[in-house]
Write a protein that binds this ligand. Structure first.
Ligand SMILES: [Ca+2]
Ligand SMILES: [Ca+2]
Ligand SMILES: [Ca+2]
Length: 509
């Protein structure tokens, strides 16, 4: 890997491979009974609840704006072209109806096929709060219920509401797997249902009359099996004559580590652009001859996550010069866009325990990373630490210091193939990346498994000093292609690198 490094700049790295998934139109007709049992540990659950015959209204959801080919029109800086923010629950003006998000209301009863029903997150694993953003097709939703078939959740409406609406489907985190059907019942009578939807079917829009309904029940049936049945009731809302009892959405607690205190964190819990107190953006072509054009528009905070979206879209290169030999100016267009955030000049750290919870799809052509660079000096004598870096089917955990040749690094690099991690669905799940760093040593790990470690005295700059004794800032980016990322032409863009939090703990003096 060192030999592949770019020349100049703050050299950068890495990429990986997996066959492209079958892409199917979000609006294919309903498919019947193609239930599968992937997603490893999820067992077969009881068959779906029976329901009365089909009634009620059901219509296809509006076609999402494709973010591939073509222009970037409509993109707002700091906002992904996602679903508009959900209408928040608002206090009722006297006599005026209110629109309420069901994820903010207290359920009268609930059951779920795998762990608890999640609020404003996908089902994820068996623990509460361990899902990702709610995503149907390529649309990210801030609000809704993340369930796993077979599931049922009911709300006491007291006959005061008029309309229920939601956009429903199997969450995109299942990569096309899963098969479910959604049913809405009012006082035990079927008001509407979708029929069976697979993970390849995208979303359906439901809008139903619930006038006079006392008890609203949202049911997801599993079909033949319930593997991968992560079913979202996205932007699920009701319009009522007055507000209903609200329940706060519980957030997973920050862990305590003996002898450490939390000194900085970004939980990404404020919707919109990433917090400018912590993050700046790189723009344009930056390093490693990568294919993407970096722009702030591709990063946004939604529902507790920083989402960096990689897109196939053309952007003109304003620095283009015909006949140029420099890769940054020889390309008339960028074929892809993405985002790169860094905390330089805003947040930097010297020693401690740094943690990141994140997920990315492990496609050939993608090169997501979480890394550190020393505040002072130029690359690589300022010291580079790659905590999370993925390409070419492997996690790469690296330390880089300077040599006597400018822009040439001395590398301590370890690649860990994903196949060595013992989970066929590894990239479906979130993982916890950690750097433990003190005066003597650095240990890089994922989910408690060591990926690489360094004794500082064993890798130094030519002046005999370790750059890893100095403060460093952090970077988060999703690169595409380039010197190590691999050919991205088969990646099913748009793709998302999702980051739940970054935390820094330091030892108590
Ligand atoms: Ca969960
Ligand atoms: Ca199923
Ligand atoms: Ca978060």
């Amino acid at each position: 890997m060192p030999s592949q490094r770019g020349t100049g700049d703050d050299g950068r790295l890495m990429a990986r491979a997996r066959p492209p998934w079958l892409l199917v139109s979000s609006f294919a007709l309903l498919l019947a009974c193609t239930s599968s049992e992937p997603a490893g540990s999820e067992g077969t659950a009881p068959a779906s609840p029976d329901g009365p015959p089909v009634t009620g209204s059901l219509e296809p959801a509006p076609q999402p704006t494709p973010s591939g080919e073509g222009s970037n029109e409509g993109a707002v800086p700091g906002e992904l072209p996602l679903a508009p923010p959900a209408t928040p629950t608002t206090p009722a003006a006297p006599g005026a109806p209110v629109t309420l998000q069901l994820s903010e209301l207290c359920a009268a009863a609930e059951q779920n096929g795998w762990g608890p029903i999640e609020r404003d997150r996908s089902n994820g694993e068996q623990e509460p709060g361990d899902g990702g953003p709610l995503v149907l097709g390529s649309t990210v939703f801030s609000k809704g219920l993340g369930t796993h078939a077979p599931s049922a959740v009911s709300f006491a409406l007291g006959g005061s509401c008029s309309v229920f609406s939601a956009r429903v489907g199997v969450d995109a985190e299942m990569k096309g797997a899963g098969s479910v059907s959604f049913q809405v019942l009012g006082d035990g009578q079927l008001l509407g249902e979708t029929g069976e939807l697979t993970g390849a079917d995208g979303e359906r829009a439901l809008e139903l009359d619930v006038s006079g309904v006392q008890q609203l029940q949202l049911v997801v049936a599993a079909g033949a099996g319930n593997g991968s049945d992560h079913a979202d009731w996205a932007d699920a809302r009701i319009t009522c004559a007055s507000t209903l009892p609200a329940c706060p959405v519980a957030q997973p607690a920050v862990p305590r580590y003996d002898g450490y205190e939390l000194v900085w964190q970004d939980e990404f819990d404020v919707e919109g652009a990433p917090d400018p107190a912590n993050w700046s953006f790189e723009t344009g072509f930056v390093r490693n001859e990568e294919a993407q054009w970096y722009q702030p528009e591709n990063a946004s905070v939604r529902s507790g996550f920083l989402i960096i979206e990689g897109r196939r879209e053309r952007v003109p290169n304003p620095s283009y010069r015909a006949g140029s030999n420099d890769w940054k100016t020889s390309r008339q267009l960028a074929e892809y866009t993405s985002a790169s955030l860094h905390s330089r000049g805003k947040q930097s750290f010297r020693f401690g325990r740094l943690e990141l919870r994140a997920r990315f799809p492990a496609y050939t052509g993608l090169w997501p990373a979480w890394w550190m660079l020393g505040n002072d000096g130029e690359w690589p004598s300022n010291g580079e630490i790659d905590i999370l870096e993925f390409y070419n089917g492997a996690l790469h955990a690296n330390f880089v210091v300077g040599t006597n040749t400018r822009w040439e690094g001395n590398w301590d690099a370890v690649a860990t193939p994903l196949t060595a991690l013992g989970d066929a669905d590894w990239d479906v799940r979130f993982h916890l990346y950690r750097m433990d760093w003190d005066e003597q040593r650095i240990v890089l790990s994922v989910d408690g498994r060591e990926l690489n470690s360094l004794t500082l005295s064993e890798l130094r700059n030519p002046d005999g000093r370790s750059p890893f004794s100095n403060p460093a800032y952090t970077l988060l980016n999703l690169a595409i292609g380039g010197q190590a990322g691999g050919n991205p032409s088969n990646v099913p863009f748009p793709v998302r690198y999702e980051i739940d939090f970054v935390r820094v703990f330091q030892q108590v003096e």
